[in-house]
Write a protein that binds this ligand. Sequence first.
Ligand SMILES: Cc1cc2nc3c(=O)[nH]c(=O)nc-3n(C[C@H](O)[C@H](O)[C@H](O)COP(=O)(O)O)c2cc1C
Length: 395
Amino acid sequence: MLKGKTIILGVTGSIAAYKIVDLASSLKKKGADIHVIMTKNALNFITPITFETITGNKCIVDTFDRNFEFEVGHISLAKKADFFLVAPASANVIGKIASGICDDMLTTTLFAFTKTKLIAPAMNTNMYLNPILQDNLEKLKKYGYKIIEPACGNLACGDTGIGKLPPVELLEDNILKYIAYNHDFENKKILITAGPTKEAIDPVRYITNHSSGKMGYAIANKAFLRGANVTIISGDVNVKAYDGINIINVISAKDMYNEVINNYKNYDYIIMSAAVADYTPLNYSSNKIKKSDDDLKIELKRTDDILSYVGKNLNDGQKLIGFSMETENLIENSKAKLIKKNANMICANSINNKNEGFKSDTNKITLIKKDDVISLPFDTKENLANLILDEIIKL
Ligand SMILES: Cc1cc2nc3c(=O)[nH]c(=O)nc-3n(C[C@H](O)[C@H](O)[C@H](O)COP(=O)(O)O)c2cc1C
């Protein structure tokens, strides 16, 4: 995925420096050529030998070290690399970068670097909230640096608050976003519904389905990496969207309907992957229904059909993508759904086989368009999300 890409990781004197070993290792496994530059103070937290062993490249600390190559190191590396991440970025280094100070190899190489620069501040909460640091970050943003907001949590100093280095996976996602993906959805707005709805019977019980939200979230995450501005209207799920994706949480089919209707006009693509209940209890009991020896009958009424509503009210240029899940006549039923709901494409799921459909990490999907049927290979939901987006962009 990162074959042929060169990434510089700038590591500063922060307790979180050790976490960059995992990042370097993961990026290297994805094929990238990794060069680590450490500040002298970072040497107090981690040794260059660790990075050198992981990356196979000399870990650079000293600008005037002449023992490894004859080129002017900071310039040649700055020209060669595709991406520069400073993580963890200390308050001190952020101040130096914002002031144009180049007094070590890290700040000098970064100053000579013209492509995407990402800064991941990590420090004590009071340091992070210090207005001088905040001003410095604003200044860096003004000059085109991307900043990853630190996470909240228990800090190494014993305080609790904002300032933690975000998880390595998030740092990696951001790198992938900028260099591994085509930004073919740049400036496009995508609304995705995902997960199950819950229809309350009484304060304790509800009717739901097996949807995990994994397919919808995979599409949302990949669309985000491909440059889209993404909102998920989400049922109750246990999957994670990348930071930067807007999430509107809902419980019932009615909530989902209201949020979609209030929002869909603002989006270029509306992708309806949620498993919305078709029926909801006719009457909600505000007290818990008492158990008795008799059977219980619950009368159900139809919920509003969200896909139909949006299909009938699309603006010019808006594209509507629906999902179908069938146990029989998958293609015929999905084709009928495409026409009836005025959708541009239906992603048809079968749930007849193991490892497909609900909850599974893998899936088998057939894409139904007005003039085409495309059978995608059995694959992970992550990979299928990209294949689905490849077809969506063509609509
Ligand atoms: C145990 C310890 C942990 C530290 N952690 C951080 C940190 O997370 N973030 C930070 O900005 N400074 C931290 N510092 C302070 C920096 O190491 C100090 O400001 C240093 O001058 C930064 O140098 P550099 O920016 O050249 O790497 C820590 C210091 C110590 C002793």
